[in-house]
Design a protein around this ligand. Structure first.
Ligand code: NAP
Length: 347
């Protein structure tokens, strides 16, 4: 493969048209086009070879035609799907990067991309961990877990925490951070395999399969007889409604995501908001994009913890761009076990 400006074949995942309801594989298609591995004269961007791509629930937001401003802009039908990934720099018009550098950040779902928004990229300096970790544990999901838990939840030793979608990219880390802080940690997930992971791999104190619990309120009372100090919210809807009356005085709810609502045309209503007043609970949403300044501090905490075996991470890895659409829609059916990663190329 030459990097001298010749055209090369470029497999791409194309977004076909706006989605209502649950996304389907057929909302995306694989196309093979060509890419020039040379920047236009004067460009300050990068030509990169994509290595690993991250499947994230927020991508569903790009597939909706928004009628009001959103933090995720609607994709244009016919464009290449974009998202977070790990890539190798082939050519650089930005003095901060040079050919051979490894980066993570927003890129295209294709073999080769031209990235103009280089300010959103992070250079990868630590390669003694699996590179795919920069799609999750050491990337956007990891920083979300870190900022959401430490900055938002103000956790204290001995407090109780409940995490929904707990075995996923974000949840598995929040639980481990909470255990390292000395909290009592309970997570829920949608299969026995995931519940086993929570208890036996990630060290949660307790875990349950929410699909086996017809009465979520009763399940939460069972695991938290004295109530919940911190709820790390990934799911929304009925789960949030069941959590609210189980919160303790001065509890905190970090609203990270509400995946159960992303494919509904009309979001479900929440009935138990009065608990916020009665229990003086602070519930607040956050976006990881406001916490990029913490990335250095985050790495200083997490890299040694990985190396010392204090933090572990489970990935669900699929090979090949052609399998990316199925992997992405699998998030909304709970098919991923751990962080969903797509391998485009391993070198
Ligand atoms: P993930 O947990 O790795 O994957 C999504 C999981 O959500 C699925 O595996 C499934 O697990 C669960 N799920 C899907 N549909 C559900 C439903 N209807 N009800 C209940 N659970 C459902 O995803 P992630 O990347 O860690 O993201 C977790 C949450 O954080 C998402 O809501 C995401 O949007 C949010 N997030 C927010 C930010 C931010 O900046 N605020 C950043 C990153 C992620 P089960 O088998 O357990 O059902």
């Amino acid at each position: 493969m030459a990097s001298d400006g010749v055209e090369v074949s470029n497999k791409q995942v194309i977004f076909k048209d706006y989605v209502t309801g649950f996304p389907k594989e057929s909302d995306m298609e694989l196309r093979t086009s060509t890419a020039k591995l040379k920047l236009p004269q004067g460009s300050t961007g990068l030509v990169v070879k994509n290595l690993y791509l991250s499947c994230d629930p927020y991508l569903r937001g790009h597939m909706t035609k928004h009628d009001r401003p959103s933090y995720v802009q609607s994709f244009n039908p016919g464009q290449t799907v974009t998202g977070y990934g790990v890539a190798k720099v082939l050519e650089s018009g930005d003095p901060k990067f040079k050919p051979g550098d490894l980066v993570w950040g927003p890129t295209g779902w294709e073999e080769y991309s031209v990235i103009t928004a280089t300010e959103s990229l992070f250079k990868i300096h630590h390669t003694d961990v699996p590179l795919s970790y920069y799609t999750g544990l050491l990337g956007m999901a990891g920083l979300t877990a870190y900022a959401g838990f430490f900055e938002f939840c103000s956790p204290k030793k001995g407090e109780t925490i409940y995490i929904s979608a707990a075995s996923g990219a974000v949840g598995q880390l929040v639980g481990q951070f909470a255990k390292l802080t000395g909290c009592y940690v309970v997570g829920s997930a949608g299969s026995k395999k995931k519940v086993d992971l929570l208890k036996n791999k990630f060290g949660f104190d307790e875990a349950f399969n929410y699909k086996d619990e017809p009465d979520l309120d009763a399940a939460l009372r069972r695991y938290f007889p004295d109530g919940i100090d911190i709820y790390f919210e990934n799911v929304g809807g009925k789960m949030l409604d069941a959590v609210l009356p189980n919160m303790r005085l001065k509890g905190r709810i970090a609203v990270c995501g509400m995946i159960s609502q992303y494919n509904l045309e009309k979001p479900e209503g929440i009935h138990n908001l009065m608990s916020l007043i009665v229990k003086q609970v602070r519930m607040e949403g956050f976006l990881v994009s406001s916490y990029c300044h913490l990335y250095g501090k985050f790495l200083e905490t997490v890299l040694p913890a990985i190396k010392e075996g204090k933090i572990t991470y489970v990935e669900d890895v699929v090979e090949g761009l052609e399998n990316a659409p199925a992997a992405l829609i699998g998030l909304f059916a709970g098919r991923n076990v751990g962080k969903q990663v797509v391998v485009v190329s391993r070198e």
